[in-house]
Design a protein. Structure first.
Length: 295
């Protein structure tokens, strides 16, 4: 009988992709709000005990980075308390836990890609609550993989940078984009594929923290230019004529963001047997998939 997987956050960018990549080989219990609400600890415990999964994948999070600054309690409940409960219940069941985390656990002062062992120092409530969630998992469930990723975009989900740029580019002739924040744009489908590939290799020896992003680096400005160039080739309706580079101080936000959050992916590459594909190549594939779908 196929292993049972409880997928929490099944309607998000990565969660939706996971439903597709896992369906043929596993019995997936896919839950999202309102069926499962990470702000209600007792209900969360009850669902895990009732479903008794062999593997739990937590693809849910409070990801509204700026809003978290004014809603720290909600961010704490979803990003810290819920992962602790999931870890505790996973440990009781003897399940393996796979949990998605973020580059925002780092402060961005590095000039070299962050390794899994590098010191964390988040700048925002979002980053702080995600780091606290990682620590809670490490303390309560030794059989875990924490997969940090960054700059996620995808075909599914309500909003992401690619969809936002396509909407803006359709409506306006000019857009201002930050050029002094550097990272690695990452396609949600690649994250889901990576998780699906590592599930057969889940062992206590392989437990721990891993980094996964698409390879290559870009600023948000570089990313925006690539989006418009690739979208134009594919015939997306665009009015955009000017993409203006600006600095972070010119675009103030409630939450501070790391200036450099490139993640080193050597560790996960050893498990996968291959290095992640380049972000621009994957952007092209995502846009082809997005064609004809509503933004």
């Amino acid at each position: 009988m196929n292993k049972s997987i409880l997928l929490i956050g099944s309607n998000g960018q990565v969660g939706t992709e996971l439903q597709h990549t896992l369906a043929s080989n596993y019995r997936v219990i896919a839950l999202a709000r309102p069926e499962i609400d990470l702000t209600h600890p007792d209900k969360l415990r009850q669902i895990i005990r009732e479903t008794q999964p062999e593997i739990i994948i937590n693809a849910a999070a409070y990801t509204a980075v700026d809003k978290a600054e004014s809603e720290p309690e909600n961010a704490h409940l979803i990003n810290t308390v819920a992962p602790q409960i999931i870890a505790e219940e996973s440990q009781k069941l003897g399940s393996f836990l796979i949990h998605l985390s973020t580059d925002y656990v780092f402060n961005g002062n590095s000039h070299y890609p962050y390794r899994e062992t590098d010191s964390t120092n988040p700048l925002s409530v979002y980053g702080q609550t995600k780091l606290a969630g990682e620590i809670a998992i490490q303390q309560n469930c030794p059989h875990h993989i924490i997969l940090r990723t960054a700059w996620v975009y995808g075909t599914y989900g309500k909003s992401n940078f690619v969809k936002t740029m396509l909407r803006v580019g359709h409506e306006r002739s000019e857009v201002r984009v930050v050029t002094d924040q550097i990272g690695s744009p990452t396609w949600a489908q690649d994250i889901a594929s990576t998780i699906t590939q590592i599930i057969p290799q889940l062992t206590s020896e392989n437990a721990g923290i891993y980094h996964y992003t698409n390879s290559g680096v870009a600023s948000w400005y570089d990313f925006a230019i690539a989006i418009f160039e690739e979208a134009e080739k594919l015939g997306f309706p665009l009015k955009i004529a000017n993409i203006i580079p600006i600095t972070t101080p010119e675009y103030p936000t409630p939450a501070k963001r790391p200036a450099y959050s490139v993640l080193a992916c050597e560790k996960i590459s050893q498990i996968l047997g291959t290095y992640p594909p380049h972000w621009r190549q994957e952007l092209r594939l995502m846009l082809k998939e997005l064609q004809g779908k509503s933004l």
